[in-house]
Design a protein around this ligand. Structure first.
Ligand SMILES: Cc1cc2nc3c(=O)[nH]c(=O)nc-3n(C[C@H](O)[C@H](O)[C@H](O)COP(=O)(O)OP(=O)(O)OC[C@H]3O[C@@H](n4cnc5c(N)ncnc54)[C@H](O)[C@@H]3O)c2cc1C
Length: 457
């Protein structure tokens, strides 16, 4: 039997394994994961929300990867969470791949119910958005929910084990060679095929391995911005049409691409702690709704020479805001930002929005975000106000920094095979996806590439 070794037990790795063991009789699959099995992982979001020193590795590592403690919102659209049409011979096949991974999630316990926007309401919203110069992207979504995500992944892990997949846990792959891997245990593992799916936590490591093997990588854009928090009533009419509404905007002054991302209706703003900077994000707890809604609004930045490294640029902004906030995110009322003054707790208390994240410093975001990004974000919020009245109110809270990095994109063919024969990549770490569904689909694409080579497809 030939050996397929998968590096990373995140969604991409698990779905790649599932595809291979469901279709092949001659391939043996091993997953190497540096974290724990899904059932053993501890870092419940409840404490994550409160926790200021929770290292991102607890959230990002272990079977299920970064998806395990997420709200598990499946965006069932080939253009959301990466451009999946790139890996499909035609758009219809991309939709089929999405249906395929969605079915596996449901078979593992994801709720049957999907949030499918009502066509009439979508049409009305599209018209309203278009008249404000904004594009609304209608998508069908399935919400696994934070409370359920762990059970769904644990079910998939159990099924894979029953089908003979071997998991080597608490073990890091140190080095990738042609035909073999060096593990943190000191052992060398040979492979006939390998899929590297280390996620964002392993993106730098993956880029180093690619460079060593002379496989090209290139920087992808970084999305830099803020998290906006408003009373849930303001977002209610839009969230009734789509749970996580996505708007795409081109701004007047700089013609920058700005988008809304990760709407948490009745959710909480959370803090993320990295080695040398902090960030903000959001989540919802279905059983404990907050009175607010939060979402990110992000400006897409692409860089050319002499600085192509979008991660370094994003990091430098995040570090600057971390310094200004005394090690905490900065929160500011939109009214104060417009008036060019810092927010204070007493000004925030006088406003209509009570922050759901208290471990923050009221301050002035314009001290930390570059003029271009700040201008684009304020313009984006003001344009959105025409579609969602109330968004641009003086009381609206803005938290910074929220930065979405993309991993360096590994050069592959459309089956996700690198120029090293038998060496494939998948998921967010290789810059080929940016979400749970995208990661799962790219895992399946890489697995099918291997099956094809073996004549099993
Ligand atoms: C707080 C949060 C909320 C999110 N919410 C959503 C959401 O609602 N919807 C959505 O679509 N997306 C969401 N995402 C993004 C989503 O989780 C990721 O897109 C997805 O998990 C990517 O899957 P992946 O398999 O590529 O990588 P990961 O899930 O990151 O998994 C990679 C795995 O590889 C392991 N690994 C890395 N390097 C090595 C190595 N050298 N050796 C061995 N193992 C290694 C890691 O430990 C990790 O377990 C969220 C992310 C976060 C952080």
């Amino acid at each position: 039997m030939k050996n397929v070794v998968i590096v990373g037990g995140g969604v991409a790795g698990l779905f790649a394994a599932h595809e291979i063991v469901s279709c092949s009789r001659k391939l043996k699959v091993t997953i190497i994961e540096m974290g724990e099995s899904a059932g053993e992982r501890k870092c419940p979001l409840e404490s994550y929300k409160m926790c200021t020193r929770c290292k991102p590795c607890n959230i990002m590592s272990g079977v299920g990867g970064a998806g395990l403690f997420s709200s598990g919102l499946l965006n069932l659209h080939p253009k959301i969470g990466g451009d999946l049409i790139e890996f499909a011979s035609h758009e219809e096949y991309a939709w089929k791949l999405i249906e395929h991974v969605d079915r596996i999630f449901v078979d593992c316990g994801a709720p049957e119910k999907v949030f499918k926007p009502d066509e009439k309401k979508v049409e009305e919203l599209e018209r309203k958005a278009a008249s404000a110069g904004i594009t609304f992207i209608p998508i069908t979504q399935r919400l696994i929910g934070t409370e359920n995500a762990k059970n769904v992944i644990a079910c998939l892990e159990r099924k894979l084990k029953e089908k003979g997949v071997k998991f080597i846990l608490r073990t890091r792959v140190i080095n990738v060679e042609r035909g073999s891997l060096l593990l943190s245990s000191g052992e060398t593992l040979n492979y006939d095929y390998c899929i590297l799916a280390p996620g964002r936590s392993g993106m730098r490591w993956l880029a180093e391995q690619m460079s060593k093997l002379d496989v090209e990588t290139r920087y992808m854009p970084v999305d830099i911005g803020v998290r906006v928090e408003v009373p849930a009533t303001i977002m209610e009419p839009i969230c009734n049409v789509q749970r996580d509404p996505k708007f795409h905007i081109y701004t007047h002054t700089f013609d920058d691409f700005v988008r809304t991302f990760c709407v948490n209706h009745h959710g909480y703003v959370v803090m993320e702690v990295y080695d040398d900077h902090i960030g903000v994000n959001g989540h919802s707890i279905l059983t404990k709704p907050s009175p607010n809604t939060n979402f990110a609004i992000l400006d897409r930045i692409e860089l050319t020479e002499p600085l192509e490294d979008t991660t370094a640029y994003g990091n430098s902004i995040a570090r600057q805001i971390t310094i200004l906030g005394g090690g905490k995110p900065i929160v500011q009322k939109l009214g104060d930002l417009r008036k060019g003054r810092r927010s204070t707790w007493s000004r925030i208390k006088r406003g209509a929005v009570t922050p759901t994240l208290n471990n923050v410093t009221p301050g002035d975001i314009s001290m930390g975000l570059p003029h271009r990004i700040l201008t684009s974000i304020i313009e984006g919020i003001e344009m959105l106000d025409k579609v969602i009245p109330g968004i641009a109110s003086d009381s609206t809270l803005i938290y910074a920094p929220e930065i979405k990095y993309s991993a360096k994109r590994v050069t592959t063919n459309e089956k996700l095979e690198t120029k090293v024969e038998g060496l494939f990549v998948a998921g967010d770490g290789a810059g080929v996806s940016r979400g749970i569904v995208g990661a799962a689909v790219t895992g399946v694409v890489a697995a099918r590439g291997i099956l094809e080579k073996e004549g099993e497809r």
